[in-house]
Design a protein around this ligand. Structure first.
Ligand code: NAD
Length: 310
């Protein structure tokens, strides 16, 4: 099925989506490194704007694109798009909701194992000739309580994998958690405070919003056990990094693993250099499989939306 339209892609995406769009007859302007000044002129004749997380689609960019009908995010979170303003202009905002689910979940499990078995410390030690066998006595995931904050696509999938590792699951969400899922994995549903008080590992999977900004702050951190670990692969601003720094440096919690930061790349070196924190550079969705899937899903959704709206 052929469709007409002009598309700008503002961030690097897997080539499969680009080829699907071109095959459908669309004109694609691929500008993966475009800067805001250039973007504002480049969007002028576009029907569709495609982004990942780097490019911010602000009110000014939307105003500079009078023909735009669709803004599409090759990924999940929509916090880099002014969705409210897009809505007032009748612009459809699309995402690839489930494409990164498995990739993010596997990184969460990787971070839990890295924290509980001291894998980064063991690796660093051995590379500088230190045999830290006696010092690095870890703990096992089996039988531990995993608290999942935000039991959506990713939270649910993390729970399923953790269940296979014989962990116990505690879940908190502002919306009712699917009953069938609760039965399938044997999840205990509770409020945020009870989750934090009882979990050995806490993993965050909420979107960034006014309600979730600094959801993890000095008060909520104070509910956690001193032996507990915190993992964040959702958005950096979910955690108040200054409060996390205090909690980690005063050993009020055992450790943390972060894939996302308040500012990216992070500038908070005081926090990053603590011995009980592990960091990755926002790579949770960076797998070949997830990138291909997200790029394909978005290309197909864009074509379908243009076809149904013409
Ligand atoms: P989702 O929408 O399926 O699930 C989010 C869940 O959070 C929902 O169940 C929702 O009800 C719940 N929620 C919203 N506000 C809440 C609140 N105040 N308190 C408790 N629960 C709340 O989204 P998802 O696909 O599971 O993704 C979650 C987030 O992960 C995304 O919004 C995105 O920011 C992040 N993410 C990060 C990466 C990465 O590369 N690090 C990749 C993909 C997604």
């Amino acid at each position: 099925m052929q469709v007409e339209g002009r598309i700008i892609i503002c961030d690097a995406i897997d080539e499969i989506g680009i080829s699907i769009l071109k095959k459908a007859g669309l004109i694609v302007d691929y500008k993966p490194d475009v800067e805001p000044d250039d973007l504002i002129t480049s969007v002028r004749d576009c029907d569709v704007i495609i982004v990942r997380s780097r490019t911010k689609i602000t009110k000014d960019i939307i105003d500079a694109a009078p023909n735009v009908k669709i803004i599409a995010r090759v990924g999940v979170g929509l916090d880099n798009i002014d969705t409210n303003y897009a809505d007032t202009k009748g612009i459809r905002v699309l995402n690839a909701a489930e494409a990164a689910m498995n990739a993010v979940s596997e990184l969460v499990i990787g971070h839990m194992l890295s924290l509980s078995r001291n894998i980064p410390k063991a690796n660093d030690g051995i590379k500088v000739g230190r045999w830290l066998k006696k010092e690095l006595v870890g703990s096992e995931l089996r039988g531990k309580y995993l608290g999942i904050i935000g039991v959506g696509n990713i939270g649910r999938n993390v729970g399923r994998i953790a269940k296979c590792l014989r962990m116990n699951l505690i879940g908190y969400d502002i919306f009712p958690i699917n009953q069938e899922y609760v039965r399938e994995v044997g999840m205990i549903k509770t409020d945020l405070k009870t989750l934090l008080e009882n979990s050995d590992f806490v993993t965050c999977h909420v979107p960034l919003s006014a309600e979730t900004k600094y959801l993890i702050n000095s008060e909520t951190l104070s509910y956690m056990k001193p032996t507990a670990y915190l993992i964040n692969t959702s958005r950096g601003e979910i955690i108040d990094e200054q409060s996390l720094f205090i909690a980690l440096s005063e050993k009020r919690i055992a450790g943390a693993a972060l894939d996302v930061f308040e500012v990216e790349p992070p500038t908070n070196t005081e926090l990053l250099q603590l011995p009980n924190i592990i960091c990755t550079p926002h790579i949770a969705a960076q797998t070949k499989e997830a990138q291909e899937l997200a790029s394909t899903v978005i290309a197909e959704k864009v074509i379908q939306t243009l076809l149904t709206n013409r």
